[in-house]
Write a protein that binds this ligand. Structure first.
Ligand code: SAH
Ligand code: SF4
Ligand code: F3S
Length: 437
């Protein structure tokens, strides 16, 4: 038995949807009267975990060990709750292996207060249900939010790429209701958001009675005080003409698209069950660039998928050359228990994966630097999100999602007109357009 906690901390790992969920769990705890504290000092620590790659999962166990050890030195034994995708995938195994107090899956965290109460009374507290009735209706209202806020509109995945755990940890594709989303967007703007990023594992699969994500974006476009709309992550096959057209039509929709391709070889794409080809992906990008020529493209890549040859990998490099990504993420293939690819023959050796990752990242860095360099001299709006390290320095985002730092006495949350003056590999230096004139 542990006393009911008075303070809490939530630590989120993994994707932006986990960040959103983590924020909502924090709001839940605050609504219960708990006070926020540092993870090293809180009575209740919620680890909101990610299962996407092996390293991410192992990190959870080492984090739990470290938390315990540090707390023991201060004579404390905090309550530990494991939430997120590792909770869903491992369930009771985490309780056995790490003796945590609460295990709660990503679709059940609205029950966190009851689970914590149960743990405090010494009972096992595990909930990895995926109820039809979504959690969102059971969460407290939004209060204080940053200038750029997340809003989950869709969850789960039906695509079953052969390497991926998400369809198992997050369940089937479900769209949140239109009016609930619009209400939350308005609440976010009232609470200080100027930009909203719509989230979903397959966000562009959002639908409600024939309406698609572009209709939802058009509705949010009408919200006064909301300046920018983004969405992520999209699947190439759900990129409808309506959504493409929205990029040419809706000014608040930012010129940035994260559209993972994973690999450049059709043979590997087929083995991954991606259900798009190299060519269909490239043609899709052409259609998007036709309506929005300045769009910044982003992607995800996996190197060393089982059976990937040097010739297959060369096709990934040539696809990168053909696209010219503004930014991208790349990973070594990590076999995940229960996924079809984990038991495929021809697993690629670690040193081969290391070498390919290095070459891919060199190409992606080159393109990111080139993209940034090409924007030097442009004047654009920057949404200021936080303070920088230097006195008077503020950091924000350009429409193309570049980090821009500048010296200004404007406030966090302001949209300022900025001339991009200098390009770095990962950020831009800007000057206020008025100050320059
Ligand atoms: N729903 C999104 C994001 C999925 S997870 C999508 O479909 O793109 C984010 C990224 O992690 C994926 O795009 C993929 O590049 C990577 N990833 C997923 N499973 C992986 C695995 N088993 N090994 C290595 N990378 C993986
Ligand atoms: Fe995973 Fe593929 Fe679904 Fe993305 S589309 S979440 S990579 S199964
Ligand atoms: Fe990780 Fe789950 Fe997101 S596995 S990437 S936290 S959906």
């Amino acid at each position: 038995m542990k006393p009911a906690p008075k303070t809490y901390a939530v630590k989120s790992f993994g994707c932006q949807m986990n960040v959103y969920d983590g924020d909502r769990m924090a709001e839940l705890m605050a609504a219960q009267g708990l006070t926020q504290a540092e993870p090293g000092e809180a009575d209740l620590v919620v680890l909101n975990t990610c299962h996407i790659r092996e390293k991410a999962t192992e990190k959870v166990y080492s984090d739990i060990g470290r938390l315990r050890k540090d707390a023991a030195k201060q004579g404390r034994a905090p309550m530990i709750a494991v939430a997120g995708c590792v909770a869903q995938a491992e369930g009771a195994e985490i309780v056995r292996r790490a003796k945590v107090d609460v295990v709660v899956g990503p679709q059940a965290y609205h029950n966190l207060p009851q689970l914590v109460a149960r743990a405090a009374s010494g009972e096992a507290a595990l909930d990895t249900d995926m109820p039809i009735d979504m959690k969102f209706g059971h969460l407290p209202a939004r209060r204080r939010v940053p200038p750029s806020a997340f809003l989950t509109v869709q969850e789960g995945c039906d695509k079953f790429c052969t390497y991926c755990v998400v369809p198992y940890t997050r369940g089937a594709e479900v769209s949140r209701g239109w009016s609930q989303i619009v209400d939350e967007a308005k609440a976010l703007v009232d609470a200080g958001a100027r930009e909203i990023t719509l989230l979903g594992q397959n966000v562009n699969a959002w639908e409600e009675s024939g309406k698609g994500l572009h209709d939802l974006i058009a509705e949010l476009d009408k919200i006064e005080g909301l300046a920018r709309i983004r969405y992520t992550t999209s699947h190439p096959n759900d990129m409808t003409q309506g959504l493409i057209d929205a990029h040419g039509r809706i000014e608040k929709l930012m010129p940035f698209l994260h559209l993972p391709v994973q690999a450049g070889s059709d043979r590997i794409l087929k083995a991954m069950n991606r259900s798009h080809s190299r060519d269909s992906y490239l043609r899709l990008l052409e259609r998007i660039r036709a309506v929005r020529p300045d769009i910044a493209l982003s992607g995800d890549f996996i190197v060393g998928f089982p059976g990937e040859t040097e010739a297959d990998f060369a096709e990934t490099l040539s696809l990168v050359d053909a696209v010219g990504y503004a930014q991208a993420y790349s990973f070594k293939y990590s076999p995940r228990p229960g996924t079809p690819a984990a038991t495929m023959g021809d697993q690629v050796a670690e040193d081969v994966m290391d070498d390919r990752l290095q070459r891919l990242q060199a190409a992606l860095n080159r393109d990111q630097t080139a993209f940034n360099a090409a924007t030097v001299g442009r004047t654009c709006q920057v949404l200021l999100e936080r303070k920088g390290k230097l006195p008077g320095q503020l950091i924000g985002k350009s429409p193309w999602l570049q980090s821009v730092h500048l010296i200004s006495d404007a406030a966090i949350g302001d949209l300022v007109e900025v001339k991009l003056a200098e390009a770095g590999a990962n950020s831009m230096a800007g000057v206020l357009a008025q100050a320059e004139a």
